[in-house]
Design a protein around this ligand. Sequence first.
Ligand SMILES: [Zn+2]
Length: 497
Amino acid sequence: MVRVGVPRLLTTTWAERDTIQARLHALAAASSALDLRLARVLAWLRVQDLAPLGYPGWLSFTREHVGWGEAWIRSLIRLVRSGLGQILRAASEGRISLTVAVTAPSTCAPEAQAQWLAAAEAGAQPARPRRPSGASSTVAPGEADSLAIWHARHRVRLLEGLPVTDREADNRMLAWWRTGQPEDLVARALAPAPPPRSAPGDSAPEWEFADPADVLVGRWRTPSDVEGAMALLAGVQAARRGRAIELGRLYERVVRGGLHRSWGFRDVESFCQATMGLSARSLQRHRELGRTLRRLPALAHARLSLQRVAVIGRVAVEHDVERWVAVAGRTPVAELERAVEQVEAGADPGALLEAYEQVMAATTQTVGLAAVQAPVPPRPTDRVHPDLPEAARWLLAIQLPPQRGFGRVKERDRFVCANPECRRRALRNHAHHLRFPRHLRRAGVDDTLENGACVCPSCHLRLIHAGHARVERGVVDGVGPALIWTFPGRVVTVGGA
Ligand SMILES: [Zn+2]
């Protein structure tokens, strides 16, 4: 459909514009209140054992159910546990942005809070301490250096067993190179990870003000068990989804119609910061969501979580969006992210969707594909610290211990955990025997690679050997070899395994 380019401003009446402004304000305030409510539920869940739900740890749980970064979750949990009543109230009423609120000193007497808040509302509290840009002290790496850095970042993630960002990987690489002890590095990467922290239950103080989230999702009640907390989580997520979609759409309408100018703002960012208390981070998120929904209206009607909408919005186009929606509704978020990364790296989306559709046709449950675990081709590197190319080469020259016997299963699987909801890549991952008949003595066990799967220590010990998950190799009609994962309440069939 071709639209003649009539500027939206001309087609929007003054009354409509006022309604849009009021609605944007209400939605923005509600989104902060809901984010804080979500953080309260997460603060409670953070200290529970999630293995009985079939999740090996906090990271995989939050990736499937929340979609926020770990650092942001930690900041918000700290805020809701802080008992900073005045600051929590201002944030949940949308008077200050959450990005500002999380920078409040965590222990703060009421008078100091009032003072801090007054400065924050006047815009004097910086949203986040800015990192020095360091633009003058970076270099643009050549092609060979760029490739070495890409591989070295991959190796940092393998050694750390964490999906750290490029920047974090670079910092660690430089720190290791400066201290220069490769043996320690490898020993630490192989040592068992510290057990997950456990702490007493929810100690977050009750809030002594009317929480705006109450009218949206009901009054706060401390969950009595994990199932109760999961129900609260689902309710908050459904409310957040509806509001984010509406906010994204209205925001996109403001930007495209230049409505902010008619309200006297030079640019849309200053309008949003002044009237909606939104941080640059959430502005960006809403703008992306708005654009995605304008491009692919079908996504707004799909019964998908926000994090899934955001992930498929990166690659779906008009003619294949329905197929992506179908896949997204049947794959774990971790799986979907990998599939989208493959397409971004040049994989043929049609072939990939077809492969998913084949597995989906063979089962009614959740699906995955082993093929999406293949490494994606290196991307050119941005400007980096001048020492980074040397640090990268140093790191790549370190010999990793060779895998022997059944341990070669890990090499074959590129050290990636086979659990489609986990996919943790770590040198310390284990080789798991898919069939290990109890009546056989160790010597009789099938040690061929076909009988093995690489799994992370959490999935291996806290899920499989604790009886919260089962994995077996099978052959699925129309699909061929598959790994079938059974978790409490769900089964994931991974084709091509
Ligand atoms: Zn795992």
